[in-house]
Design a protein around this ligand. Structure first.
Ligand code: SF4
Length: 302
């Protein structure tokens, strides 16, 4: 059996993270996403193999003694962590021992329709939910969910959860070539995301070998699509080897760009040439641009 606790791993988006795997022995998920890094498996409604809360907490206590320098404790699973039947109790127990570390959950978002799950998520500092498509046809094709899962209900529940949730809500969109990479899907996604109003939107594409024969989109296309998401803090997952075109911006252009949409640290590092970076630093010193940290990622706003 694999370990319940893993890491710490350095995640660019959330900082140094100590992971909790609630399904260490096998994949247990209510989705069977085409892009999954695990082997494809029939989606399930309930977890069959369940680790006890005591087991998780004992392992976590030991790991926390060894790794006091982490930023977040991440609840995740080989599958979907909200299928864990004792999630509420587990969250309460982690909150008692987590100290200054933040608690994060990585969920596919489907169980947000369940009020009990919403109650547990409300006690977590950072909630990351996935939303790859907003139309049922596209959702079915990419996430291949357990049969009665409906994307409209999920979106409605995300909206209502956001209204009461006090922590940082992050929505992740993973783009697959030929499925959710159309302009129209992203235009619809933009409307829905603006209604939900998450603190951050993470946009990425396939990075590791997927469960099914699907392809990633190019970095250029991902960037184009990300620009369709307006007014929100968007974090684009740049590939390590990405050497995009570095642009030259005047001061007024930098201010205009940041007014339209907050820029992430990486947007500046990878998209600005040296002269523009110097101008950007000047504006920062003059306090015309402000730094903001959203769930572990740095952004610049006006
Ligand atoms: S939700 Fe996550 S674990 Fe489940 S199938 Fe999709 S990618 Fe895999």
């Amino acid at each position: 059996m694999s370990e319940i606790i893993f890491g710490p791993v350095n995640s660019r988006r959330f900082g140094k993270s100590l992971g909790i795997d609630l399904s260490p022995a096998l994949k247990q998920c209510n989705f069977d996403c085409v892009y999954c890094e695990l082997k494809g498996a029939k989606p399930i409604k309930e977890m069959q193999e369940i680790v006890s809360v005591d087991e998780v907490i004992s392992a976590l206590k030991i790991a926390l003694k060894k790794h006091s320098d982490i930023d977040v404790i991440t609840i995740t699973a080989n599958g979907e962590p909200t299928l864990y039947p004792y999630l509420d109790e587990l969250v309460d127990e982690i909150n008692k021992i987590k100290g200054d570390h933040k608690l994060l959950i990585l969920s596919n978002g489907a169980n947000i329709v369940d009020q009990n799950v919403q109650k547990s998520l409300a006690k977590i500092d950072i909630v990351k939910l996935s939303l790859d498509c907003v139309s049922q046809k596209c959702f079915k094709k990419i996430d291949r969910a357990y049969n009665d899962i409906d994307i409209e209900k999920i979106i409605k529940s995300m909206r209502s959860f956001r209204k009461t949730y006090k922590g940082s809500l992050v929505i992740e969109v993973l783009v697959v070539e030929g499925i959710n990479d159309k302009d129209e899907e992203f235009e619809k996604l933009n409307l829905v995301l603006n209604e939900i109003n998450p603190n951050r939107v993470d946009i990425s594409t396939i990075d590791r070998p997927p469960a099914y024969r699907v392809k990633r989109v190019s970095m250029e296309r991902l960037k184009e699509l990300s620009l369709k998401i307006k007014n929100l803090h968007v974090s684009l997952a740049y590939r390590k080897e990405y050497q995009g075109k570095k642009e030259n911006f005047r001061e007024d252009e930098i201010l205009n760009l940041i007014s339209k949409r907050p820029q992430s640290q990486q947007d500046i590092e990878l998209g600005f040439d040296d002269e523009s970076k110097t101008r950007f630093e000047k504006l920062l010193k003059k306090d015309l641009i402000h730094k903001e940290e959203i769930a572990g990622s740095l952004f610049y706003t006006r």
